[in-house]
Design a protein around this ligand. Structure first.
Ligand code: ZN
Length: 425
């Protein structure tokens, strides 16, 4: 039996002491800052805007002094200075590829792909040398599928570069090529499972899958449990963006996502750009060490928090907690930010609630918040529950809300968790 639960892609890096990792990252940061300042027009202008030079950024904490780059900044910069917005550092060797991601964002691809972060992620997910891997991410235009393909090659796993779609063909491949590992979105894996069940296959006997690496989508724990129980596989997720690469990956312990050593991840206050304390929720901002397309403080738009307790797998890095949502899902009520995940957390304490929707309206220049609830079954003590919920919401969200019970199905499918219906005129 292959040991998929232990081992490291790069043991030395993944088990560094905190001091050694800080020193490693400080030195990589200092390299990329001076490299970017020298060769990338966009990075130099970022420094000039705040009146700094690279040597004035010494500690990871000093990064706060540099401006945040948002996706929209990158798209606008590329419109002004095509094709790469002045961020690129193109050597005489030219480029292996030019990627096109939604936005559109153009990205240079280097000749020698030597970023090990995705390889670390795939290895931690249990994929090993000799595995037959079905890569169902899209190979067209965007870099993710190709990066994962190259990364699997770094430890000699065999890739079937199939891309998404054509489920019945994919199910044939799973069987005929005795595929042992899946790489793709969790929803596509679930769609394949359902299709295979439709063909009356015995998933545990007729398929050979042992591990699955998923990403590029929210991955609820309930979906993981469903897939793991149907297939008898280990499903682990990686997290990153096309602009800055891999920012976190789960190990077999699945207690948060290990942050690879070759990237700096900050959790910042979305308003001020300042770093938040460990455990506090904020926006994920990343600085990569790419010599071709360096990104300093790139804002992902995703919300999470840092965890620093040791992990039983032996990797010593800090971890990202769950991805809690997008910064643009936030709503400001009574001057206070409310995220859907905060309401989710309150609701999780009330297992009798099956569905909810928070609706924000405005009357006589005052915000009004109503939370509509569907219950799993009728209960006798509705007034008691209503009071308890309103109290929890007030304590956790600092917002006064009225709870209203509605019939089963009263909240439309796919309704927004927080529906802001205020009209501003
Ligand atoms: Zn771990």
């Amino acid at each position: 039996m292959i040991d998929r639960r232990h081992g490291f892609f790069n043991e030395k890096k993944e088990t560094l002491s905190k001091e050694a990792r800080d020193a490693y990252q400080r030195s990589k940061l200092s390299d990329i800052l001076s490299h970017g300042y020298l060769h990338s027009k966009a990075i130099r202008s970022g420094f000039e805007k705040v009146g700094l030079r690279p040597e004035q950024i010494q500690e990871l904490r000093d990064l706060e002094k540099l401006p945040i780059t948002k996706k929209a900044d990158l798209v606008n910069a590329q419109k002004e200075v095509p094709p790469f917005g002045g961020f690129e550092v193109v050597s005489e060797a030219g480029l292996r590829r030019i990627y096109v991601s939604p936005g559109p964002v153009y990205e240079p691809g280097e000749w020698d792909y030597d970023d090990i972060r995705w390889a670390q992620a795939l290895y931690a997910c249990g994929i090993r040398k000799g595995d037959i891997v079905l890569n169902t991410f899209n190979y067209h235009l965007t870099p993710l599928a190709l990066m994962l393909d190259e990364s699997l090659g770094l430890f000699k796993a065999t890739v079937i570069p199939v891309g998404p779609g054509n489920i019945s063909m994919q199910i044939n491949l799973l069987r005929q090529l005795r595929v042992t590992a899946y790489v793709g979105t969790p929803s596509f894996l679930m769609a394949m499972i359902e299709a295979a069940e439709g063909l009356r296959l015995d998933l545990k006997r007729d398929l050979f899958l042992q591990t699955a690496f998923v990403g590029a989508e929210m991955f609820p724990e309930s979906l993981r449990q469903k897939i793991e129980s149907k297939l008898d596989v280990m499903v682990r997720q990686g997290y990153g963006t096309v602009d800055v690469g891999c920012l976190g990956y789960e190990c077999p312990e699945k207690k948060g996502m290990h942050i690879p050593e070759d990237v700096i991840v900050e959790i910042v206050d979305t308003e001020t750009g300042k770093q938040m304390e460990i455990g506090a929720t904020g926006e994920i901002v990343a600085t990569n060490f790419s010599k071709v397309f360096p990104m300093l403080r790139f804002a992902t738009g995703d919300l999470s928090y840092l965890m620093e307790e040791p992990c039983a797998c032996g990797r010593t890095s800090m971890r990202l907690g769950r991805i809690l949502g997008r910064t643009d899902q936030v709503t400001k009520v009574f001057g206070i930010f409310v995220h859907p995940w905060q309401v989710d957390e309150v609701m999780a304490k009330f297992p009798m609630v099956s569905n909810y929707q928070m609706i924000v309206t405005r009357k006589d220049y005052r915000d009004e918040v109503t939370i509509y609830l569907e219950l799993k079954e009728e209960i006798a003590e509705q007034t008691v529950l209503k009071r308890k919920l309103e109290k929890e919401i007030k304590e956790n969200l600092k917002v006064t809300a009225e709870v209203v019970f509605t019939v089963k199905g009263g909240i439309p499918d796919r309704a927004k968790k927080i529906d802001d219906r205020r009209i501003w005129e």
